[in-house]
Ligand binder design. Structure first.
Ligand code: NDP
Length: 434
């Protein structure tokens, strides 16, 4: 705490992993060396830089850019870039720390990192976003590459931003190095299913948790928060699995659609027009209503997939969900549930899939994109989706088996944290003190 003041989200993320590791204390003597934990908490490298750019009025704007290259024990640093006004070093460190274990869990040969900027793309023109991205990459490019560090998207960074970032990287380096970024467009090195992967994966993980309890999505009401990349495709997969997704939200409020979310309409408003969520209720009519500034978790559902941002679901919301009979929570976002909310779910025996496991489908498919780039190949949608589904099922099994071995059967938090930690720790031990 003393070394990292003013970084509550980072402390929260570290505490969660350490609490899980307490469960296995003494069980594996090879991890008794405290320096492994100390080294794991300290990023290998933190880059903070000025991002100056010119807005449409001709005025100079200055933002702050970050890249935290956290841990490369298993492979090149890998993790998204977030463009949002709330981004600061503590947020990037929390996300980077989580990413280490998330990337290790499916057995992928990639390390952990995260980056971004306090730039807010909302209301900015395409030209402004492009100039910002070009300035951001002008500094960051010297740290990136297929082998050292491979960013992707996150909040506020989608296909448009990845395009501008990749274009500038290519121009500065004079190299068509497709493997330097993931989440690319399909015509220039991207992978089918990458766009869908995180949301699909979170719904598949929920399905696995339900099946493990002899239950299913069939005909059940599902709440999804957010209406960005993760939320849209969590809704799509929920439909495919037989569930009825009835909510979506953004920072202005949420919509409830008792007939099930009309995904084509939501995609049109959010992906194409970059509009606000209230427009959904206005255009859908009868079955849908918009609730301004409300809490989406007040809606009675059997399954919840929080897919907006960190700490969006607190203890009160968790109690409401439990009272309404929720059976499973699958974290599409990173750390969307507060520690108090997680305790409520665990005490109520709700199946709780934490983000490190439940939303790992995105980064796993990024690794598949890197594989395709390295072999100059492109895979079909069906093949890539099958790989994603298998990866999510394997993560689910690994979590359950590890939790069982640790003496905490059915505890996905312990299972994911311990399994993710062990691979990274084993590699660090093999490398000596570095
Ligand atoms: P997007 O930018 O596409 O969408 C984010 C959504 O969440 C928007 O609807 C946004 O609403 C809402 N939101 C963001 N911040 C807030 C806030 N403070 N309060 C309320 N609503 C908010 O991001 P993604 O869908 O890519 O990411 C969502 C989450 O999933 C993040 O936690 C991210 O780290 C995590 N994640 C994403 C992955 C990916 O592949 N994209 C991979 C793994 C995890 P508004 O437009 O009003 O801000």
């Amino acid at each position: 705490l003393r070394r990292n003041p003013g970084e509550p989200e980072f402390h929260q993320a570290v505490r969660e992993v350490f609490e899980s590791l307490e469960v296995i204390q003494g069980k594996y003597p090879e991890y008794n060396d405290r320096s492994i934990l100390m080294r794991m908490c300290e990023p290998e490298r933190q880059i903070i830089f000025r991002v100056p750019w010119v807005d449409d009025k001709g005025e100079v704007q200055v933002n702050r850019g970050f890249r935290v290259e956290y841990n490369s024990a298993l492979g090149p640093y890998k993790g998204g870039l977030r463009f949002h006004a709330s981004v600061n070093l503590g947020i990037v460190k929390f996300l980077g720390f989580e990413q280490i274990f998330k990337n290790s869990l499916p057995g992928l040969p990639i390390g952990g990192g995260k980056g971004g900027s306090d730039f807010d793309p909302h209301g900015r023109s395409d030209g402004e976003v492009m100039r910002f991205c070009q300035s951001f990459m002008t500094e960051l490019h010297r740290h990136l590459g297929e082998y050292p560090d491979v960013p992707a998207g996150d909040i506020g960074v989608g296909a448009r931003e990845i395009g501008y970032l990749f274009g500038q990287y290519k121009r500065l380096t004079n190299r068509y190095e497709a493997g330097v970024l993931t989440g690319k467009g399909l015509d220039w090195g991207g992978s089918l299913v990458r766009k869908e992967a995180t949301g699909y994966g979170a719904a598949i993980f929920a399905d696995e948790m339900l099946r493990a309890r002899g239950s299913s999505f069939e005909g059940r009401r599902v709440a999804v928060s957010g209406s960005g990349n993760v939320a849209l495709y969590a809704i799509e997969k929920t439909h495919q699995l037989g569930g009825v997704p009835i909510t979506a939200s953004d920072s202005s409020g949420y919509v409830v659609d008792e007939d099930g979310i009309d995904l084509d309409l939501l995609k049109q408003i959010k992906e194409v027009e970059r509009g606000r969520i209230h427009e959904y209720a206005e255009r859908r009519g009868g079955s849908a209503r918009f609730v301004k500034d409300g809490c989406v978790w007040d809606v009675p559902v059997a399954i919840a997939i929080p897919s907006a941002t960190q700490n969006e679901l607190n203890a009160d919301a968790a109690r409401t969900l439990v009272k309404n009979g929720v059976e499973a929570i699958s974290e599409g976002a990173n750390m969307p549930c507060t520690p108090e909310a997680v305790s409520v779910f665990r005490q109520a025996d709700v199946a709780f899939g934490l983000g490190k496991a439940a939303n790992a489908g995105g980064v796993a498919t990024s690794a598949l994109e890197m594989q395709q780039n390295a072999s100059r190949d492109t895979w079909s949608f069906e093949h890539t989706e099958e790989r994603l589904t298998q990866i999510m099922k394997n993560i689910h099994t690994t979590c359950l088996e590890t939790a069982e071995e640790a003496g905490r059967p059915g505890d996905y938090v312990v299972g994911a944290n311990v399994a993710g930690f062990r691979k990274v720790a084993d590699a660090m031990i093999a490398f000596g003190v570095i």
